[in-house]
Design a protein around this ligand. Structure first.
Ligand SMILES: [Zn+2]
Length: 281
């Protein structure tokens, strides 16, 4: 996909109170969620469930931090990445305080980093839980703990970033554009480059010639419009490829890959696209 001024570009502005709001919300969310997570990890002895909880915990931190940034009108992906990673790390640290508190039957609140490390070092020598009948300890236990922290940080970073990934902002009106998914059931687009080139030349026929996909199709396309409801002067078009997969339990997973991301369009094209979609939905 080409990088040109045809596309919306974020201004990078972080708002007057953006970082302050994100810091406040991030620290409260990290404390509360880490408390719940730390206790849940201590009392739920199922490895598979623990893994899901770890991913969810990191994603929740990222979602709260990211959405606080959106509310504070932060349109800077780098700041979202930074705060996502920062609070992922803080949340992982807080979760250790909560876990040790739960493990001591709520008798000891250990919160200094060196003290936590010392307790964990002692615990790792004897092992604290078993996997497939053998006690997990030493280097293997440390590698699991490090992996757990990395999962939390990665999930928080990705989720915080994702909250503004495809979200244009109208600088004139000082507000986010409203996003509307026109369709997520469009047939697969075979030649991405051809579509991008046509749309960049405002030839929307390459898109509007496509029909609704078959219900069993695993590759589809999604069309999203973004529009400023205040000035009615800024609109963007995004087209994503959806890759669906079905696991052995019959659960459907979906991945999105951007084909066209926030191409600026005029109101005439906006109207044509809306009319096109309303004809088959
Ligand atoms: Zn506007």
């Amino acid at each position: 996909m080409k990088e040109k001024s045809l596309y919306y570009k974020e201004s990078g502005h972080i708002g007057a109170m953006g970082p302050v709001i994100m810091l406040l919300v991030g620290i409260i969310a990290s404390g509360v969620l880490a408390g719940i997570y730390g206790f849940a990890m201590f009392y739920i002895p199922f490895v598979y469930l623990n893994f899901i909880l770890t991913v969810l915990f990191g994603a929740c931190i990222g979602m709260v931090v990211g959405n606080s940034g959106v509310a504070a009108k932060v349109r800077n992906r780098k700041l979202m990445l930074l705060f996502g990673a920062l609070f992922g790390l803080i949340a992982a640290y807080f979760s250790w305080i909560a876990w040790l508190f739960a493990a001591s039957e709520m008798n000891y609140l250990v919160y200094e980093p060196l003290e936590i490390f010392t307790v964990l070092l002692e615990a790792s020598k004897v092992g604290i839980w078993s996997l497939f009948g053998s006690i997990v300890k030493g280097g293997f236990l440390w590698s699991i703990w490090i992996m757990e922290a990395l999962i939390i940080i990665t999930a928080a970073t990705y989720t915080a970033y994702y909250t503004i990934r495809n979200r244009p902002f109208c600088e004139s009106c000082n507000e986010w554009l409203t996003s509307t998914t026109l369709t997520s059931r469009l047939q697969a687009i075979h030649n991405h480059n051809e579509l991008v080139l046509a749309l960049e030349n405002y030839n929307i026929e390459e898109l509007t010639k496509l029909n609704v996909c078959h219900p069993d199709d695993l590759i589809r396309a999604k069309v999203t419009l973004h529009h400023c409801n205040s000035c009615q002067e800024l609109s963007c078009l995004s087209v994503d490829e959806l890759l669906l997969s079905v696991n052995e339990k019959g659960e459907v997973n979906q991945k999105e890959k951007a084909i066209v991301e926030n191409l600026i369009i005029n109101n005439s094209i906006l109207l044509q696209l809306k009319q096109w979609c309303s004809s088959f939905i």
